[in-house]
Structure formats: C-alpha cells, structure tokens
Design a binder for this molecule. Structure first.
Ligand code: SF4
Length: 1011
C-alpha cells in the first residue's frame, strides 16, 4: 500500500488489522504489526485496542528490534542461557572507544593506516567507526567480507575496520553477564537464529496468520531479510509506506526496499504482489497539495502514488514563502505570524509547530518566540540527555567534584544561570558588585571573576555578603559541597553523588508545583522534571550493569552521548505551546499551522558527504551494486534532503509558512522556488519587512501614533477608531493606553525652583561644562540617567592611580607599563576579542602617559589636590589631577583625559571646565600648597584618542583673555541655572552619544515626552 502524506495510512492499517480479527475471526495473537520506534508501536497498539473495544494480551504491534529481541530471549530461555541485552548507542560508543584506546596504548595503533592514527581517540572517529560497523551488519557484511571489499576497492581503512569488527564482536558476544547486541546485530542475530533452526522458523510462520509492516520505506536490508523469513513466499503480508518519505538513510534505511517490494516478495504462484495507492489527501487542501506536488514531482522513482486528490471537504489551505534579512528577523517574523494566527484566527498554540533542518537552529527560535509572547516548547527528544538544561549542570558539578574539570569563571557563570542557580543577568551583576564591594572594603583588589570562583569553591566566602545577592552562588556552592562529600564517601557511585546533589538542591517541590500550576513556566518545569527522571533512570541502569564503575566511568559513558536515546518515558504534556522540532522528528505528525524555518542553500539541502572518513556511504553503495561513484552519492544525498523537505512541508493542515535568510552571506535554498515559484514583479522574491509585533505594547504604540498623527483631521474615522480601542485597553488596565500615563500630557507635578533663592549651589568644573553644554542632559544625568560605562570608568581610575603613584614617587615612570600589567587583571575586562582590544587600548593610554610625563618640563606642586572656593552663589569644589608650576612661577592645572573625544581648538579659549579650574586657582583654592596664586593657564592631556602621541590642549591664562571675567560669569550663571526651575535642551555635537536622548524633545526618539 503506497500512502502519501495525510492519506489516512495509519487509519487504513488499523482498520485492516481490525477487519482481520473481526471479520476473518483471527485472534489478535495471529496478527503481527511491525513498525519503527517504540512510541509508534505503542500508539498503533492503543488504537487497535480502542477500536476492538478490548485489551490485548500480546503486544501485536512491535518494532523490528523488539520482535528480534523477543526471539533471541525466548531461545536463550529454552537453552538456559542468560538473556541477551541490547547495547544502546552511547554504550556502543563507549565500548568502541575503549577498544580503540587499547589499540593505541598497547599496540601503538599499528593495525590502522598511518593517516588515521592521530584521530583514533577522538569521539568523531568512534562515531564514524560505529556507523561503518552498523551499516556493514545491516547489510550482512561480516568482517571477512569487509576485508575482502577493502582489498578489492583499495581501502586500507576497511581492512583495519574488519580486524576491529572481529575484536568488537568477540568482546560483545563474550561478555560474562550476557551477550550484548547493537541494533543492527540484533536483527542479524535473529535472522541467523531462524535460519539455523527450521522448527522455530516454521513455528513462527504458522503463529502469524498475517503480518503488517508500517513505514516500510524505513527498513534496512537486515530487516527485509527477517521479513522474508517470517512472511515471504506468499504468506499473508501487507506493507505500507511512502518512498517519498524515506529520510533515514543515515540510520541504514534503504529506499529500494519499498520500491522493489513487489519483485522481492512474490505471491505463492510467483506473480508480483498487488499494489494499492491511497490517493485522497485528508490533511492538505488543494493549495497546499499543489505546492507539495511540485516538490514530489522532482523526487526520483515511479510516480503513480504521487497523484493525490484533495478531499473537497478540506479547506484549500495557504502557502507563503518569505525571505528575511537576518536569522533574528526571520525568527521575529515567524513569531509575529504565529501570534497573528493565534490572536486573529483563534488557532490554539498546540496546533502550530516550527520545523528546522538542524537542532542547532532551535535555541535562537525558542528565545525569540518566547520573548515575543509565543509560548514554545522544544520537544525533549530533540536534545540528548546531557544537553537538557536540568541535567547538564548536575553533570558539570559531578565533573568538578571528581576532579575531571577545573572550576573556572565560565563554568561558574553557566552554573549560576542554570535552573539550579536561578540567576538572571541582573542578579549576576548584583552578585559581582557585592563581591567586589566586600573585597575593596577588606583591602583586597581581586576581580569579581576571581571572587566568583572562590565563592563557589569555598562557601565561607559568601557569609559576609548580602544574603539576597549571594543566594544564587549559595545554591550552587551547596550542591558542589554535597557532591564532594558524596564522592569522598566509601563505595561512591555516580548514582549516590547525583542523588546527594538532587536532594541538596531542594528544587523538586518547586518544579512540581510550577508544573501543576500551569502557565508559561509549567512546560519548562515539566520538561526539567522529566529530564532529571530520565537521568536517574540512566544512572540506575548503568550502576546495575557496572556496579564497580565509579562516577568517572559514568561521565565518560554519558558525555559521549550525542544522540537522543529512544525512550518510552511518558512525554510531559506540552500544554498550550507551539512545538519546535526538527523535520526528522516531525515525521508522522501534523499541525494546523506549520512554519518551516531556515531553508538555506547549504543547510537544506545539506550536501556534505556523510560518513566520509571511513566511507560508510560508499560501503552501502558498493553492497547495493552501485559501485563507488561520488556523483551518484551527491544525487542520493540531494534526493534524501528533498524528501526531508517534502516531509516537513506536508505536515501542515491549513497554513504553511516557509522562510529563509537572504543577505550577502546566506542564500535561500533552491527548494523555496520548487515549492512556490516567484511570480511577482522583478526577477527575485523581495525581502519581507518584519511587521510590528502583535504584543500589547506594540498595539498601544500603534494606536497612540494614529491618535496623535499630526496630518489626520480630528474627526477622521481612523483616529476615532484608534481612540476607541485605546479607551478599551485603558479600561482593561493595559499599561500606556491611558493618556494619564503619557509623559507629555500630565501637568507639572512641582514648578518650584530646585533651590531656595539665595541658597548656595555646589558645582564642580566638570558639571559647569555639562550644564553649559545642555542643561536638560545635566539635569537628567544628575537624577541617575547615565549610561554607566563601567569599563571606561575603571580604565580612568587605573590610569589616574598610576599617574598619582608616579607623582608621589611610589612608582618610576619607567615602571609604569609593568605596574599596568599587574593592575590590569583586576579590571574585569572579560574575555575574547573585545577584551583583547580593550587591553591594547588601555596599554596605549598608559604608554602615552609615560611619554607625556617624561617630556613634561613643569615642576609638580601637588597631585589629586582638592579645592573649594566661593564664586557668588556657587560653591566651586573639585579635585585636580596635577597642579604644576610653569617657568614664570604661575600655577597650571593639568587634567588627564582617557576618553576618545576632545574639544576643538576653537572651544579651548573658553572651555568651561578649564576656566573653572583657573578660577579656583585665582580665588586661592590651592593656597595651602602655593601662597602665590596666579593662574598660568590650564591643560588637557589627551591620552585616549587615536593619535600615537599624547595630545596637549592649553587654555591661556585668564588674565590674558580679552574678557578676564568670563569664567567667573560662567560659573555664576551655571549655579543660577542649576538652582532654577527650567532646563532647556540645547542641541550640540555630543547629542549622538547622549544617554538621555530618549527623553529629549529635540529628537525623534524622545517623541514620547513631547505634547
Ligand atoms: S540629546 Fe542633545 S539636546 Fe537632547 S538632552 Fe541630550 S545633549 Fe541635550
């Protein structure tokens, strides 16, 4: 039976099985259904039991593996031998890596070709080798045959792998507790058993009056052979499948199995079996079907089964293809479309899905969808156990406790933001600040990164800190302490250590409550609990099998696991969320709305050769009689990728959205035009702009912009409609909808001046400058509106500290760079390229400081000297970096600047900050240090710009100015203004970097404050 997507294949299969039982009077035990994946088998079984209205004693639906396993176990029981065991993928990897390690350590890897020896101990090599062994076993290629093929095709790696395969088979078969099989060997072993025991074969054939096989396109040659034995030669056998949905070649499936079925399984009279095609699409309507037919037409092989008719009762459906400029925009666009489908069309979240080619694309999508208000869950089976967010931190702590991994800043940060640490970026910052504060208070100077590591390592360091800020670190430190204690206990196993950590974490109850309560966190809590349950399941099984193996061996076993294990653990209900999953995992499922995302050339199709190191694909081709032909291999891979895309686009019941990124680096896939050729204007599909998000803030902003649109007449219907909707939102309490909350509209809360008349005003030279430049910016920054460039501030402090040490004689100019190197590590500049850049910049600033100090001819009077003088209403206070005496005995204030920007030369004569310094000198602010107080000018030493040398900017002495009183007037004017009641925005050339621009009425970003 050839059954395209959505043609009712499973229902037909269930009905056929029920029919045999109800109409032909077979007992359920005489009906055998074989399929792929334990979950599919369980679902088939449940559906048949429900249809029959009774429970069934024997599982009539099974996987090939479970059937083969049953035969082997039965045989072992009859012969009084221990029951065989199935090797899981990760266990197999572990075994292969062990044997390879033995090869390298004992024999210097001499049996392997020279070019491969260096790679032997890598995980990648073990995986390639496992792949080759599986493909060989599925295709009946034993070690002798593999060696012969290696010689024939001049592949010395196959010859070496053949020797290894013999060793591997001996080890698995000779295990003391029981023979262990990998999945491919299991089916092969069952075939051998049936062949070697004609009585058993006859019994099995007679026991099954009819055999059904679902998803037949996924069979490999070993499974086909097993089926030949069981139901070949004219037995009653029905196989169902769709060659166009064969997407598991990488697991050994061979699409030829279904294409050649009628030749290979003939009737008792030798004629070919009948083929029936299901041709009515019950899932996709006309439009969706037409699009998927365009892909289907390009697939290889006979095409009769591809002519599907839409069911007239099913709506036509929609197909959309969009190109976006970046992956972020793509994710935002998908989020917007899903929200629209939910909010406008009322489609429940659980009837939507986002499909990707590779799991690596999932994190960005999940983050963007969640941030845009689309509840999304990643199917647990998409991530191997070790990568589950609730499992990874426990394994990391286990690694640290067993000494396999060092505790460093990155590890600590990962642990702190994990579900066990529970810190968000704000909490992390608070913790770092608290650690630094305490360090400085106790006279230390270490960076917060160093302190973080210490605090986790030794929780005593957390005791003096604010308990709220320290809480995330405390939680992780407690887990590590518990793990270390458990590791040190006699007979420690991975299970005892993990259990000690889990008990100490105390999260079980919190997660369980969240899961039961529902809401956005429920799905995540469910998923986390499931993952931890699976971890304990795995560790319990591991400890049962290898009771003497310590925690380190378990870590090896589990950390090698990169493939999600097939699990029957009940899946957490995903609730009302959008599923994000790979196209492979989506097979057999369907949703109303499906978004297929990231369809890029190079990603989908991904034409990189598979199994290229040891040539497992070539082996498959050779055994299938295709010969090693690189071109044929590429076309094979392309066909498989197209089938995968076909599977993805045929999951949609009503609406299909396919997206890709198009920019200088990434091109959309050829599959997009195959699905929906571009017929609009121009040669190419244009880029789509991401519309405004359909969240409440976005809607309120949109409505407000219509209500306030300057070009609409007051009674324009659009304006009235927007006002009506805003009123509804305001009544519902939505933030920002009520005009009372619009910054520009409320009356002034207080119009009194900031200071009482005559009250003195404290001003500093830098504040004078800031106020004169823009009073509004000064006001908002004084009230906390700062950008807070912590690194820049720290660099300034470091340079000023070095200059001070030179001035006081504590440091020689020649030692400046050495001292800088020592102090740099305390700056917390982070890691990576940006930290390296900052380091280079800081070093250059210090080099320029040294150059300037060496060349400076003036006598130093004081460094970091404070002053305070009165200038009318102003109390002018501050501190100068250096106070120097020039050749004429006058005082010169020097200000060291580490920033990049500097004033233009035309601004210098009346530069407010320098003028204020000079005024402080003239008014006797430094009388303590120099009795004669005449200003000889003021200097800015620019150390931070792009020039190689320091640049020195001088302001002439006040006395030499045309108007010597300008500085006094300026300071007095600033003090008056600062005490006043109105603060004007003055546009200037620093507006581009102004941190309060979003509150400035002169700029579009600040439009919200403009009436
Ligand atoms: S953007 Fe310019 S004008 Fe506006 S507050 Fe900032 S500095 Fe002043």
């Amino acid at each position: 039976m050839l059954a395209g997507p959505g043609t009712g294949k499973t229902t037909t299969l269930v009905e056929a099985a029920v029919d045999r039982i109800e109409r032909d009077g077979l007992s359920p035990e005489q009906v055998l259904l074989l399929t792929f994946g334990r979950r599919a088998a369980a679902e088939l079984r449940d559906r048949i039991a429900a249809r029959l209205g009774r429970t069934i004693r024997e599982p009539l639906a099974r996987t090939f593996h479970s059937y083969a396993f049953g035969l082997l176990r039965q045989d072992a029981a009859l012969r009084d031998r221990p029951a065989p065991r199935l090797l899981s993928g990760p266990e197999q990897d572990l075994l292969i890596r062990d044997l390879l390690r033995g090869d390298v350590e004992e024999f210097g890897a001499r049996s392997w070709p020279q070019r491969l020896r260096a790679a032997l101990l890598t995980r990648g090599f073990a995986e390639e080798l496992r792949d080759l062994l599986l493909r060989a076993a599925e295709r009946g290629v034993d070690p002798a045959k593999l060696r012969q093929l290696g010689r024939q095709y001049q592949r010395d790696d196959w010859v070496a792998a053949a020797r290894f395969a013999r060793q591997y088979a001996a080890v698995t078969a000779l295990r003391p507790e029981a023979p262990a099989y990998d999945p491919a060997e299991l089916v092969r072993a069952a075939v051998d058993l049936l062949r070697g025991d004609p009585a058993l074969l006859e019994r099995e054939r007679r026991a099954r009056a009819v055999v059904f096989v679902d998803e037949y396109q996924d069979t490999d040659p070993a499974q086909e052979e097993l089926l030949q034995l069981l139901a070949g030669g004219g037995q009653d056998l029905v196989v169902v499948g769709d060659p166009d949905q064969s997407i598991y070649a990488f697991r050994g499936a061979d699409v030829d199995g279904i294409r050649r079925f009628t030749e290979r399984f003939r009737r008792a009279d030798g004629s070919e079996a009948e083929t029936v095609a299901l041709t009515r699409s019950r899932r996709a309507g006309a439009v969706l079907l037409e699009a998927s037919r365009r892909i289907a037409r390009r697939l290889p092989g006979p095409s009769a089964h591809r002519r599907l008719e839409p069911d007239p009762r099913v709506p036509e459906g929609e197909v959309d293809v969009h190109l976006l400029h970046s992956a972020h925009q793509e994710a935002a666009f998908v989020a917007q479309r899903l929200r629209a489908a939910h909010l406008v069309d009322g489609i429940p979240w659980s009837r939507m899905a986002v499909l990707v080619r590779a799991a690596s694309a999932i994190p960005l999508l999940r983050r963007t969808l969640t941030a845009a208000g689309v509840p999304a869950t990643v199917r647990r089976e998409e991530l191997p156990l070790v990568d589950q967010p609730a499992v990874r931190p426990l394994l990391t702590l286990l690694e640290i406790a067993t000494g396999r991994r060092a505790l460093d800043t990155e590890v600590v940060l990962d642990l702190l933001v994990s579900p066990y640490g529970g810190a968000d970026p704000l909490a992390l910052r608070r913790l770092r600040q608290e650690l630094r504060r305490h360090e400085l208070a106790t006279g230390g100077g270490r960076s917060s990164s160093v302190l973080l590591v210490e605090a986790i390592d030794d929780p005593g360091a957390l005791l003096p800190l604010d308990p709220v800020a320290a809480a995330p670190a405390q939680r992780i430190a407690t887990l590590l302490e518990a793990a270390r204690k458990a590791v040190a206990a006699p007979n420690a196993t991975a299970e005892t250590v993990l259990w000690a950590m889990w008990s100490a974490s105390g999260v079980a109850e919190r997660w369980a409550e969240t899961a039961v309560r529902g809401g956005p966190g429920a799905a995540a809590a469910d998923r986390d609990l499931d993952a931890v349950t699976a971890l304990f399941d795995t560790v319990a099984r591991f400890v049962d099998r290898l009771p003497a193996a310590g925690p380190a061996v378990f870590l090896d076993h589990l950390l090698g696991q990169e493939i999600p294990g097939d699990t029957l653990a009940p899946r957490a209900p995903e609730g009302e969320t959008v599923a994000i999953l790979t196209a492979h995992a989506a097979k057999g499922l369907e949703w109303d709305v499906v978004a297929v995302v990231g369809v890029q050339e190079g990603v989908w199709p991904d034409l990189r050769p598979r199994g290229s190191l040891l040539g497992s694909e070539t082996l498959v081709d050779v055994v299938a009689g295709r010969g090693p032909n690189p071109l044929a291999t590429v076309s094979h891979v392309l066909a498989e990728e197209r089938r995968l895309f076909y599977v993805a686009v045929t999951r949609a019941r009503r609406r299909l959205l396919v997206t890709a990124v198009s920019n200088e680096e990434e091109q959309p896939s050829r599959f997009l035009d195959e699905l929906l050729p571009w017929t609009g204007p121009g040669d190419e599909r244009p880029l789509t702009r991401v519309p405004r998000g359909l969240d409440l803030a976005g809607v309120v902003a949109e409505l407000r912009s219509v209500v306030c649109a300057p070009d609409l007449p007051p009674d324009h219907p659009r304006r009235l409609a927007a006002a009506h909707h805003l009123a509804r939102l305001a009544a519902a309490g939505v933030r920002g909808a009520d005009p009372d909350q619009w910054y520009a509209l409320p009356p002034l809360s207080d119009d009194r001046p900031l200071r009482e008349p005559g009250e003195p005003v404290r001003v500093s030279p830098s504040k004078v400058e800031a106020f004169i430049r823009c009073p509004l910016r000064w006001l908002l920054q004084s009230c906390g509106g700062t950008a807070g460039d912590l690194f820049h501030q720290s660099l300034g402090n470091l340079v000023h500290g070095l200059a001070y040490d030179v001035a006081t004689g504590a440091l020689a100019v020649d030692d400046l760079l050495d001292a800088f190197e020592q102090r740099w590590s305390r700056l917390d500049a982070g890691r990576g390229w940006s930290a390296a850049k900052q380091y280079d910049r800081a070093r250059e600033v210090v080099s320029k400081l040294a150059a300037w100090l060496r060349a400076n001819p003036h006598e130093l009077v004081a460094a970091e000297a404070d002053f305070e003088v009165e200038v009318g209403r102003a109390r002018l206070v501050g501190r100068v970096d250096r106070l120097e005496r020039d050749s004429e005995g006058r005082l010169v204030v020097v200000d060291l600047k580490t920033g990049r920007s500097k004033p233009g030369s035309s601004e210098l004569p009346q530069h407010p900050q320098l003028g204020a310094y000079q005024l402080a000198v003239e008014r006797g602010g430094f009388r303590r240090m120099a009795r004669k107080a005449t200003s000889g000018g003021a200097v800015l030493v620019q150390l931070g710009g792009d020039t190689k040398k320091p640049s020195v900017q001088r302001q002439p002495p006040l006395a030499d100015a045309d108007d010597p009183a300008w500085a006094e007037r300026l300071v007095a004017q600033a003090a008056e203004g600062m005490a006043g009641q109105e603060f004007v925005a003055i546009e200037n050339h620093w507006c581009g970097v102004c941190p309060v621009r979003r509150s400035c009425p002169l700029h579009a970003e600040g439009g919200q404050v403009t009436p």
